[in-house]
Design a protein. Sequence first.
Length: 217
Amino acid sequence: MRAQRLSTWQLVVPVKSRHAAKSRLVPPSGVSRSDLALAFARDTLTAIAEVISADRLFVVTSDDRIRAQLRIGGAHVVDDPGRGLNPAVEAGVQVARDNDSDAPVGILLGDLPALTPGDLRLALAACAAVESAVVPDRSGMGTVLLTHQEAGRVAPRFGHGSALRHGQTARRLDLDLPRLRTDVDDLEALRQAVAMGLGRHTAAVLHNADLDVEQLG
């Protein structure tokens, strides 16, 4: 059964081109870094699609395969200005504001291969209770989700240690949602995601390389 979608939130998801993404991730032997990065994004977007309707999803990317997938699904495709993560987020937020200036907005990272629709729904429900919220990654240092009830006031400050910077203006929510909070930038984070259970695209990339996923955990 398809989970009921949320009708209020607009979600901005920056997705770096698979050819340039995950430079710090040393993939398992026989696995292409670009294929793995693309799979992370596809699994993240698959989970989001169960929660957010396509007309309220704004994906900022220059990746041709992601763009093609989104056009079929009906989501908004925003051109990545190519100046880093924060300018990409700002571009997506601006389009979201133009679409519905009164709606709350969330910024979700696109590298969450263990994300489930249920965890995303719980996170957005928690964020809805405060004016602005930041959900840190598993390490507590980075940010996986940043929200504000007014899109025009969201202030993306992503980068190393972003949870502390975002926490200066947003309520920090250390939610017990490890699937949401496990963004994958290195092999250890991939092991953690594997232990929780991967989305089908990431699992397929690993299995197609004749790799025993369970051994990674």
